[in-house]
Every structure is written in structure tokens, then in C-alpha cells.
Write a protein that binds this ligand. Sequence first.
Ligand code: 6PG
Length: 244
Amino acid sequence: MTTSVLVLRSPQEVADTAAGALVDLLGEVLAVSDRARLALTGGSLGSRIWASVLAHPGHAEVDWSRVALWWGDERWLPAGDPDRNDTQNDAAGLSRLPLDPATVHRVAGPEAVSSAQEAATAYAQTIRADGGGEWDVVLLGMGPDAHIASLFPHHEAQRVTDAITVAVHDSPKPPPTRVSLTFEALRRSRSVFLLVAGADKASAVASALADDADPWDTPAAGVRGRVETVWFVDEAAASHLVHE
Ligand code: 6PG
């Protein structure tokens, strides 16, 4: 299990480099497996990566019909709401990939189910029905408070260990109601790619990579890939890292 930090010159280079790594890894997975399983993220880089994937010549070699998608978290808003992570990913280019709609697993919104808990339970069922919650790649953005998915510092949603999904209430970042994969689920990935840019993230990046980091304070420290964890960070976000 390795952790690596790639320091890149700009947010665009973060998106482009992560997109290249994603395309390469999907090709490797699909060469030996019927299906690749990917959990996506919101945020600006979590969306920008899809434009970068489309611009990457290798994307045409990927059999996207065999790539199954979930989201690491979703804002509990109606389908198509412009503030939903999936809507933003689609608008940034995800919807232009030749995916199989049957394996694009979205979190049900309030137009379809009566509570975020119901959405979380239904989402867990779709995960169990299609792959059992083992990911090849989990993409994560990170907030300045070091939150990943919708697992925020000192928030009780972090404590859920007996489920793969959780309904998140009273999120410190709007909207207040969300559905998230739990740490238990996010840790079941071969690879974890963190996409981080901006000086406002510098302190969180340094905290998350510290040997004594506590996920309760710094949720980004709580997710590691089974094979690799790769941080794609721009120079501003890397500015508090101590070089050895
Ligand atoms: C949310 C956002 C959030 C985002 C990070 C990183 O659900 O409110 O998706 O979790 O992923 O804050 O966002 P940026 O990449 O825009 O910095």
C-alpha cells in the first residue's frame, strides 16, 4: 500500500494528470475484469476531471459501457438540480461518455424517496447488487476543513461503522442534508485519488498527510486505497508540506 503526492503546477494540471491516471487504470482493470467500479466526487476538480478525460486521447480506448459508476456522496436534492454532484459531473463532460445508464448509480433525491435515510438505504442496496461495494478507484475532493465525501470533522456520520452508506444531517456546508459512503465503504478501494487545489487547502493537506493524523479531526486522513493512495495537488495546496 503506497501513498504518493504529485505536486502539479495548476488546478488544470491536477485535473489533467488525474484524468490520465484514471484512464490508464481503467484500461488495466478492464483488461482483466468484466467491469471497472468507480466512485465519483463533486467539487470543482471532481467535475473538471471529466473535461480532462474527454481531452485525453486514451479515453477512446476505454470500454465505458463496462465502467460502473457511483458517487462517494451526493447532496440530497432533486434529480437534475444544478447543485447535485452528479448534475455538475454530467455538465462537465461525464454525460458525453458512452456509459451504460443501467450502471450509473445515482442517489435518489427527494422527488423519489421520502427521506435521506431512505435514499441511503436504497443506495446501499444498489451497491450490494452490483459489485458488493468493492471499488477500483474512489475519487475524492477535499474541503478546506479536510472533509471528504460528506464526512465532516467532528460529525457523527463519521462514526457509522455498520453500514456502507449514511444519511448526513446538519452538514456544516450547505445543503445540510446529504447521502455519503461511509469510511467502511470508501476504504474498500484498490486506488484512492484525491484531487486538491488552492491555498485554502494547504493546511488540510499537511494535516491529512501527517503521521499522527486523526480522521475525527481530519477526515481525509481516514481513507486509504488498498493498493495506492495518490494525492494530486497543485503547488498552492502543497505549500505547507515539509519536503524531506
Ligand atoms: C460538496 C462538495 C465538496 C467538494 C470539496 C472539494 O459536497 O459540498 O462536493 O465535498 O468535493 O469541497 O471541492 P473543490 O474541488 O471545489 O475544492
